[in-house]
Design a protein around this ligand. Structure first.
Ligand code: ARG
Length: 262
């Protein structure tokens, strides 16, 4: 090796070393904040689908709703900052499972299938599925849906799985965003939409007298917060926070606030 080549080789080695030092610094940083089991985290990332009033929705650029306020109250109890990410509902469980988000709070119903992928907190609210149809629709009840050709649902929701089971895949039209299913109903692309009762009331209210709600015979569902399976610590802390916030009246206060918004 001549002098020049040696110099280049040494330079290269120095560069490589500094790159790997930089990389090491970088990765230890991301490890710290991206680790699901970390106790030192000062920010928790929550995934939600903000298309679901009164639980989570946008008002201009602001997040609003029961889950939004409750998650903020939980973060306050835990002494951490909350970062909200608005994502499609059907990506929340997978994102929590992979550690992309610390937790998911989005009117998520506890069910056995999801329990394979994530852990759930204690339940904090119950809900049932409703059927929304046009006001002038002749569809009278759940059974009458057997005769319609198109039922709209939000992709990956319990409304989706219930409707698919009861009426068959061929009748189901899936929408990533819940409000798109409502738009499809308004414009006649689907004959009915199956979705949780409270959002159903909000969507109907938002559309004048164009829509109405039919009762269903679906079972009561429980909403809970989804946490990564390896993060027992966070699950425990969230459960304690929910317990405290129920006991000190915060949960009732938040619920009442969105009740009186009607
Ligand atoms: N409770 C239903 C479920 O867990 C629907 C939740 C939809 N949430 C939302 N933010 N769009 O499947």
């Amino acid at each position: 090796m001549n002098m020049k080549m040696k110099k280049i080789a040494v330079l290269g080695l120095v560069m490589l070393t500094s790159i790997s030092i930089l990389a090491a610094c970088g990765s230890s940083k991301t490890d710290d904040s991206g680790k699901t089991g970390s106790e030192k985290k000062d920010t928790l990332t929550m995934a939600t689908a903000a298309d679901f009033p009164p639980y989570e929705y946008m008002e201009g650029n602001d997040y609003k709703g029961i889950d939004i306020e409750l998650s903020q109250a939980i973060a306050d109890k835990l002494g951490v900052k909350l970062e909200i990410q608005n994502v499609p509902f059907d990506s929340i469980i997978a994102g929590v499972q992979s550690g992309k988000y610390d937790f998911g709070m989005s009117g998520i119903t506890i069910n056995d299938e999801r329990k394979q992928s994530v852990n759930f907190s204690d339940p904090y609210i119950s809900a049932v599925q409703s059927i929304i149809v046009k006001s002038d629709s002749s569809i009278a009840d759940k059974d009458a849906l057997k005769d319609v050709s198109k039922i709209g649902v939000q992709t990956g929701t319990t409304g989706d799985s219930d409707a698919t089971k009861d009426y068959g895949e061929d009748k189901i039209t899936r929408y990533t965003v819940a409000t798109d299913a409502i738009q499809a109903l308004m414009s006649g692309k689907v004959d009915a939409v199956i979705i949780d009762n409270k959002p159903a009331q909000e969507y109907v209210k938002a559309n004048g007298s164009a829509l109405k709600i039919l009762p269903t015979a679906y079972e009561e569902e429980q909403y809970a917060i989804a946490v990564n399976k390896s993060n027992d610590d966070l699950q425990k802390k969230i459960n304690q926070a929910i317990k405290d916030l129920k006991a000190d009246g915060t949960v009732d206060k938040i619920l009442a606030k969105y009740e009186s918004n009607k």
